[in-house]
Ligand binder design. Sequence first.
Ligand code: NAI
Length: 785
Amino acid sequence: MPSVTEILETMDYGPAPEASGEVRAWLKARGTFGHFIDGAFTKPGKTFATADPATGEVLAKVAAGSVKDVAEAVKAARAAQPGWGRLSGHERAKWLYALARHIQKRERFLAVLETLDNGKPIRESRDIDVPLAARHFYHHAGWAEMLAEEFPGASPVGVCGQIIPWNFPLLMLAWKIAPALAAGNTVVLKPAEYTPLTALAFAEICAEVGLPKGVVNIVTGDGETGAALVAAEVDKIAFTGSTEVGRAIRKATAGTGKALTLELGGKSPFVVFADADLDAAVEGVVDAIWFNQGQVCCAGSRILVQEAVAATFQNRLKARLGKLRVGDPLDKSTDVGAIVDPVQLTRIRDLVAKGEAQGAKLHQAAAQLPAKGCYFAPGFFTDVAPANIVSEAEIFGPVATLTTFRTPDEALALANNTRYGLAASIWSENINLALDVAAKVKAGVVWVNSTNVFDAGAGFGGYRESGFGREGGREGMREYLAEPTPRARAEVAAVALDAAPVPAAPSKGAAPIDRTAKMYVGGAQKRPDSGYSYAVMAKGREIGLAGLGNRKDIRNAVEAAQKAGGWGKATGHNRAQVLYYLAENLSAREAEFTARLKEAGVTKAADEVAGTIRRAFYYAAQADKFDGAVHSTKSAHVTLAMPEAFGVMGIACPNDAPLLGFVSLVLPAIAMGNRVVAVPSQSMPLAATDLYQVFDTSDLPGGVVNIVTGPRDDLARTLAQHDDVAAMWYCGGAEGARMVQAESAGNLKVTWTLANRDWHGPDGQGRGFLTRATQVKNIWIPYGE
Ligand code: NAI
């Protein structure tokens, strides 16, 4: 024990441990935990241990969920869903409020339990995890209350399987369960194997408040249990965890009609400009990478500092690092606690050792680590080459990389040089600069002069290989609601079979010469790479030829679309101008288009052309009106929810309604600023290729719309596999839809599979298409503090 004089001299903290007696008594009384199914705990069969990573002490044994356990839980959730879904929003809100209150009532208990099971400092579980979990239930009680008004016509998805990681066990549970329940779904949730305890305590809370049985079911277990849940009869899977497992789940759910949201890893940039408040930015690093031992999907793990201030910044960062207290997570003055499990500690050590071996220099806190337990001294790397493993891999530990840049453009290039796109922090006192970078950085969440701020009122989720879907706010609610039209819902369940015919070789000299359509790539007509064409038939007669596109044509088209990036930067107003012009030009040629469609044997040709023109005006009108929102978050920020274009989209168009189907998909996509590679109706591609002249005379920049004709499913496969295609819409049969979803797993592109709709009716047009053509970026900006 230091003397009082010594303490006063060093100003060091004394130990201030949080009491854990109540939690230990609870654990002792429970002994071994079963699953929570249909409102009660099951008798545990096979079990596994969960331990305190700070000491290695086994805290409890929990059941290892089998395929049968998962099936029972899903059955209970299925049985409970209609009743729960039929309750009024107001009734469901009351339950959500009750859950929020009970979490709050047991805040200290839950914080201690979380810290014991996970190793995170009690300061964090007490001040962040548990209060945010309660806030999530409160906030979503509100959405339940207003559901009918705010989401007219929407209905619950059904039974949701939810799989969560170990880094924020209770908070991730709240992120998953609160919106699902608010929307009228029932759930089966599988917590991570290292940290199942707060989920089981939450199950007790559900029983305590008398939540109808079967609405919330918790099945514990490891990856095998998770895989069983993915394979079970659920309507949706919501997953948070590693990109690798996310990719496996994307493949496993392909073609099943199960809705899917993935919140995956990241390697998020933390950009410090020379004019930043450097002390604030240093504190930012503490919250970005040393918070929760760096085991945070959106951790600011790549620090980028402008050269002019790099030396000063690095010195201050080192000084701050020296002050971090690493140790007993239950100690209220601990900054950095224990790593969740020995397995994870080994992973971190291996990666860091590799990073050093590859030439990076590690600066680590000199903090005295406890003699036993899973501890890793926080730090950061300098001298990191771009090819170093630590520049790319998610370390998921308390170690960042620090590199320098000279200009904002260079900062952006470095920031975006990753396959991930979860979050970014930008530090500058110049609001123009900060917001300019915020607009250009590829990330789903951007914090300006702040970092790792979360709130139930804002959406959270990534771009690129960080996954898709959003949690929190209005965007998050949407993920738990089925689309309003019954027609669209049926698509989710089972896509009607629609095999496009095999392209037939043309007969020699039969087709009229003026109907030999080329491809349209980069604003110019291009011959197919294969040099071959196929016969376009109408009423048994050959009416023209279309290019037989192949992989090479798709690749060229994607390249052309990539180059047309200026379209994404154009304002909504500018895009609207071009689309209006396009609509007018179409209008002027209404009779001609109608005659061509009639000749092609299209029924309702006049209706189809009239509908096409109306649709063009509609999306021209929407181009500058489909805007975002300002979320009301709990902290002093304005949080801008900006719908952004994906970039390059692949679209495989329906076979029927060859003109209307094409414009119904392509126009909303480009209205939002995407560039498109479209595969038109396979049997009647000429309806789309007739549009070239309209595009050319409407000032549509070359490369914004590219058209490749040919075998739809082969071309769709190449699009789905292409890493530079960020989103893919596929309209066709069930097998094609499965293929597109499975092949999209490479870069985890967003997919939307549609069956052949009634393109003439309301299912063929609306804001739903614009929502699908965008991803929401949430930008947090300090406001009024
Ligand atoms: P993980 O992705 O394996 O585990 C997350 C959850 O998925 C757990 O509940 C696990 O039981 C479950 N799971 C595992 N395999 C599954 C499968 N085939 N099907 C369905 N569910 C499955 O993550 P893990 O192994 O715990 O950590 C490995 C690395 O993943 C970390 O070092 C980190 O880089 C990353 N990670 C990222 C997280 C994030 O929030 N983005 C969270 C956890 C880990």
